[in-house]
Ligand binder design. Structure first.
Ligand code: GP9
Ligand code: MN
Length: 672
């Protein structure tokens, strides 16, 4: 041991940094470029430039990977570093784009869903890619240039494959990691294992460590379900021993028993559009009418993760949160979930779904079977694709053609529960063109010197993503209005409860809102960003604005009410279920008519209550009720709820825990 330290000491004393750099130009160039790109990515996304901890972690992992280059023949070494440089640049590019859209980092598990990107390709090009996403490519160019220079100087002829070089680099890499490990808190360690707080992990561990830990986590859906079952099953049993969902009892219990249900999954409809008029024209007159004649939850969030539409369907159906890695629709569709569809089916309802896009999008042909739907009416199997807007059949045609199916269903079944999944109002919204009659230019009268009055116009929202979204949402609203009329004409509303939810926000960038809020109608220009009246849209304002409408309506207008208490998609099933006398003992949400102090948990661990929005990633809070005195205890209690809700949901999803309980029950029933 003593000998080792003496040797180490003499090595350190005799170490010449200049010599080391000279001998390892390619290796060090690779390390430096990769670390700079990691820093650049954090700087351009989470604006985390100055924290040295992720730099140390990035350096550690890159050095370790670079170390293996010493085991490659010098002439092939360049290729080794080139491949890794390409891989690292691609990682940075993908994460940069992903962050712009989701304010989070990408996961390898999403590659399973990447075939869906082909269908939404235009949306990616129009809304997702930006020039800045490609700045990371410099690393590749840099490595090539360094190589050319070294080759010209016959650099490679002077070296051979060297185990010593490998050993030294590994030692260096490990040293970086040891230093880094000393800076970790228990929260940091917990979060890298749980993986859902991706922004935090990248800020703390750097992009490369995140991406490797994510690779491991993403490969684990299969590995996971093989290991860790006992621990998760125990957690599940203990949780439900004390917290099994108990049916609520309030003035809304069973009010709709025996009625049919028509759920409208309203693509990308955000709540704020219901309070928006452009040039005095309401964007959503039909939704507004339904909301004011029914029960309208106006402080409601979708709680979706990377599975967007499919996650909302899942959370609505099960009252569980989406998977923390991958998506239920693609990776875990074949589990045994307790769903609202199955519960209605048990009551004798015919249960079906309808959609105008490919039946296999989001794996719906399988997912919907797993939810318990009797039939999925989709795309060319059920519809004549006579009018395409964006991804598939236009909503107006979809609704029109669905009426005859609904009439048949109503004729042949005493009771039915159906979901209609809308499509047209899907990002990038630019296909809406003439299908919407909403004018988003701004017209004004100008008095000329001669006294003549002429009408002039500014482009205003014309040609912007938000402007297209407004047109598109206006179209979706018209489609809903037309559907309600047609249903009424066919007497399909007489015994039906119509439920409408926005499936998630429209994923429109903050800069679009800033343009909209800061538009100066006097000049037709946007205010300067240093103007005292300039409205900066903060991350918090943006997050809180992601609300979607949730409406429960009947034709007889028997319940007219606006609920402003905070709620989420996870609460939809318990709230609606109670009105029909169905309940799900595994529900993690609450009946919004019974719950006090509700907490809406997002899949990344952030949460919102009536009092505050809490960003768990940054450990920052936005107070929503300034009269409320918030304590540390208030936050930590809700952090625990968030952690528990995410963990229990994920355990059920990954380990198919409801199935194992059902299997045991069947065994007991059958006397096994
Ligand atoms: C596609 C539709 C859109 O069929 O449901 O899915 P999204 O891109 O919103 O998840
Ligand atoms: Mn959607």
């Amino acid at each position: 041991m003593r000998k080792f330290f003496l040797k180490l000491k003499s090595k350190i004393v005799n170490f010449s940094f200049k010599d080391y750099c000279k001998k390892n130009v390619l290796f060090l160039s690779f390390v430096l470029a990769s670390v700079i790109n990691g820093l650049l990515l954090r700087g351009l996304t989470v604006k985390n430039f100055f924290d040295v901890r992720p730099i140390i972690a990035d350096a550690g992992i890159v050095i370790l990977i670079g170390a293996f280059g010493f085991l490659v023949k010098p002439k092939k070494r360049f290729l080794y570093y080139l491949v890794w440089s390409i891989l690292f640049s691609v990682i940075c590019i993908i994460n940069s784009m992903y962050y712009t859209n989701y304010l989070s980092y990408s996961s390898i598990s999403l590659f399973a869903t990447s075939f869906l990107i082909v269908d939404v390709g235009d949306a990616i090009v129009e809304n997702v890619m930006e020039i800045k996403d490609f700045c990371y490519l410099w690393q590749i160019l840099f490595i090539v240039l360094v190589h050319i220079k070294l080759k010209r100087a016959n650099y490679y002829d002077n070296f051979s494959r060297t185990v010593k070089g490998f050993r030294n680099a590994v030692f260096l890499g490990i040293s970086f990691f040891v230093v880094f490990a000393c800076t970790l808190s228990s929260t940091d360690i917990g979060r890298i294992f749980k993986q859902w707080n991706r922004e935090y992990i990248v800020m703390r561990y750097g992009i490369y460590t995140y991406q490797f830990s994510d690779l491991f986590a993403s490969l684990t859906p299969t590995i996971n379900s093989m290991f860790g079952y006992d621990k998760n099953a125990k957690m599940f049993r203990e949780y439900y021993e004390d917290n099994s969902y108990v049916a609520s009892n309030n003035e809304y219990s069973n009010i709709f028993e025996g009625k049919n249900v028509l759920v409208i999954h309203a693509e990308s409809v955000q709540n704020f559009v219901m309070d928006t008029s452009i040039n005095g024209v309401s964007l959503t007159p039909n939704l507004n009418k339904l909301a004011s004649d029914g029960i309208y939850f106006n402080n409601f969030y979708a709680e979706e993760s990377v599975g967007t539409s499919s996650d909302s369907e899942f959370t609505f159906a099960t009252s569980l949160l989406p998977a923390t890695s991958g998506t239920v629709a693609i990776n875990y569709w074949d589990r045994d979930y307790t769903t609202i569809q199955k519960l209605f089916k048990e009551k004798g309802y015919y249960v079906f779904s309808m959609h105008g896009n490919n039946c296999s999008f989001w794996n719906r042909n399988l997912l919907h079977q797993s939810f318990g739907y009797d039939k999925f009416y989709c795309y060319t199997d059920a519809y004549n694709i006579d009018e395409t807007i964006g991804l598939g059949l236009s909503d107006k045609s979809f609704f029109k053609q669905s009426i005859s199916y609904l009439k048949d269903i109503d004729k042949n079944h005493d009771n039915w529960y159906g979901t209609m999944i809308m499509l047209t109002n899907h990002t990038p919204f630019s296909y809406i063109g003439d299908y919407s009659d909403l004018d988003v230019t701004y017209k004004y009268d100008e008095v000329l010197d001669s006294g003549e009055v002429v009408t002039k116009s500014y482009d205003y929202l014309e040609g912007t993503v938000l402007g297209n979204y407004f047109k598109s949402v206006h179209y979706a609203d018209e489609a809903i209005g037309q559907l309600i009329k047609d249903l009424d004409r066919e007497h399909l509303l007489d015994n039906t409860v119509v439920v409408i939810y926005g499936d998630h926000d429209a994923k429109i960038k903050k800069s679009e809102y800033e343009y909209y809020y800061n538009y100066d109608f006097k000049t037709g220009h946007v205010l300067d960003s240093d103007d005292p009246d300039y409205h900066v849209v903060t991350d918090y304002e943006y997050e809180v604005n992601r609300k979607v409408p949730f409406i429960i309506w009947t034709k007889d207008k028997s319940f007219k009410l606006k609920v402003s208490k905070v709620g989420g998609m996870i609460d939809a099933m318990p709230t609606l279920g109670n009105m029909f006398g169905v309940y799900n003992k595994y529900a993690l949400g609450h009946d919004l008519f019974s719950v006090k102090d509700n907490v809406v948990v997002f899949p990344d661990g952030n949460w919102i209550t009536d009092e505050m929005y809490y960003n768990n990633q940054r450990e920052e809070a936005l107070l929503l009720d300034s009269d409320y005195l918030i304590s540390v205890d208030y936050i930590s209690k809700r952090n625990l709820i968030a952690d528990e809700r995410i963990s229990i949901s994920n355990s059920i999803i990954v380990y198919d825990l409801i199935k194992s309980v059902n299997d045991q029950m069947n065994l007991i029933k059958n006397g096994g």
